[in-house]
Ligand binder design. Structure first.
Ligand code: HEC
Ligand code: HEC
Length: 405
């Protein structure tokens, strides 16, 4: 009975704290002027470095969750990404033209595309147009200002915005949140803690090239698509041996023979569908360490706070549900996180901790992640990813609007 009452008290304490923080955040957000659409780069504004501008020199690489970035060793001093080649339909020297241009079919789709079409990032293939609203130009063909070097947003994030572990899944995020991220990428306020991650740099180049109309259209588009579950979280002590290609883990074998060793290993459910066809209906499987989901649930729902005897012992963080909502589907423009990629999530938590992703004032997330270890982040991401995305009303945008009223 006593334990039951303690549980109730703890529940009430969390709820009150939650309501208070949410209210504070809401009020703050409402009185904070919304960022202007044409954010200037730090060089243009002459903003001093350190004032919200990401700093690369102070990153603690010894604690980096390498797998979350798609690397198997820490960066060497000064090592950084070479720019990605713009997408091209040209055949490489060793490629067979017949094989490369032969039409391929995918179950359930009326479309047919060749390997050349699949890699043409300036005219992104669309196996299932019925799964999403019509793509605006920028989503399919990319920001016009980049000319030959452009690429459609859907080439990485897929036409349904579900993305992949090595990039991000912008589908179903609030429009205002998406706009803020694009403006942060643009103005140098968001970049990867790992200087070797090439696609984040490409993301930044694209964000810089967006016109205001394109930025608005892209944010409208991605926010109007529901995030549906496409990552299966499985606890295990063994994973298949893997190789890394383009910062994505791919299996080398079917059998599981390698210790998971505290990592999260996220693999396509079907490598051929994900890689050769880039099917936006073939999802991912995330292997997580045994016991991590339960440990994560504790941190996410209580922040690790405990009642021992009559004593309330402070947790190491504020419960995530306080701001991201009891179902982790977001509140106002605090983004939904339920059922999303755990590798992406751990990468963001580490980036935020290391200061390469300064979040909006009042720096909410930085304070939240300050005391989290790599193990905590793994457990939290395992639990959050295992949660089903639930929509109570309408499209995500409508839900957001309703929450604001
Ligand atoms: C080359 C691949 C690539 C292309 C093309 C691309 N992105 Fe991204 N995008 C990324 C990566 C990588 C990230 C995550 C960055 C990280 O984790 O470091 C990202 C993140 C994002 C996010 C943040 C998601 C979140 O949850 O915070 C948004 C929004 C986004 N992209 C929108 C766009 C739009 C709009 C376009 C088209 C103009 C675009 N992206 C084109 C690679 C890409
Ligand atoms: C005090 C409020 C608050 C709490 C508590 C909180 N968050 Fe957040 N979180 C935010 C806000 C606000 C953002 C958006 C930041 C931005 O605009 O860049 C965010 C962003 C994120 C993102 C990035 C989402 C994306 O798509 O890139 C992740 C992941 C995240 N939070 C996870 C968590 C986890 C896990 C916890 C619990 C350990 C947590 N948050 C607790 C307010 C909070």
């Amino acid at each position: 009975m006593k334990r039951y009452i303690s549980g109730v008290i703890l529940g009430i304490a969390c709820f009150v704290l939650g309501a208070a923080v949410t209210r504070y955040y809401d009020i703050h957000r409402l009185i904070t002027p919304q960022p202007v659409q044409t954010a200037k780069s730090p060089a243009e504004t002459g903003a001093p470095s350190g004032e919200g501008v990401a700093d690369v020199t102070a990153i603690d690489f010894t604690n980096q969750p390498l797998w979350a970035y798609g690397f198997d060793r820490p960066p060497l001093p000064g090592e950084k990404a070479s720019p990605q080649n713009p997408p091209s339909r040209n055949l490489r020297a060793n490629q067979d033209p017949i094989e490369q241009t032969r039409p391929m079919h995918l179950n359930g789709s009326k479309a047919q595309y060749s390997l050349v079409d699949v890699r043409d990032g300036q005219n992104v293939i669309d196996w299932f147009p019925e799964d999403h609203p019509p793509m605006p130009k920028v989503i399919q063909h990319g920001p016009a200002a980049l000319g030959e070097k452009t690429r459609g947003c859907a080439s990485c994030h897929l036409p349904n915005g579900h993305g992949r572990p090595e990039n991000a899944g912008p589908a179903g995020l609030p429009k205002s949140y998406i706009m803020r991220q694009l403006q942060d990428f643009r103005s140098g306020r968001r970049h990867s803690a790992d200087p070797r991650k090439p696609n984040t740099n490409t993301m930044i180049e694209l964000a810089k090239a967006l016109s205001d109309e394109e930025l608005n259209a892209a944010a409208d588009y991605f926010s109007s698509i529901r995030w549906t579950r496409w990552i299966r979280v499985v606890e295990t002590d063994l994973v298949p041996k893997t190789r890394i290609q383009g910062n994505l883990f791919l299996p080398l074998e079917k059998e599981k023979t390698e210790p998971i060793a505290g990592r999260i290993i996220e693999l396509p459910e079907n490598e051929e569908l994900a890689e050769t066809y880039r099917s936006p209906r073939s999802g991912f499987i995330a292997y997580v360490p045994l016991g991590s989901i339960k440990k994560g649930m504790d941190l996410v729902t209580t922040g690790g706070a405990k009642i021992v005897g009559n004593q309330f012992i402070q947790g190491k963080t504020t419960p995530c549900i306080t701001c991201h909502g009891p179902d982790l589907m977001g509140v106002a423009d605090v983004p939904p996180i339920a059922g999303r990629s755990p590798s992406y999530m751990v990468r963001q938590l580490f980036d935020i901790q290391q200061g390469t992703r300064p979040t909006q004032p009042p720096q909410l997330m930085k304070f939240i992640v300050a005391n989290l270890t790599k193990e905590d982040m793994v457990a939290i991401a395992a639990y959050v990813s295992s949660r089903k995305p639930v929509y109570t009303t309408g499209t995500p945008t409508q839900t957001t609007r309703a929450a604001l009223q």
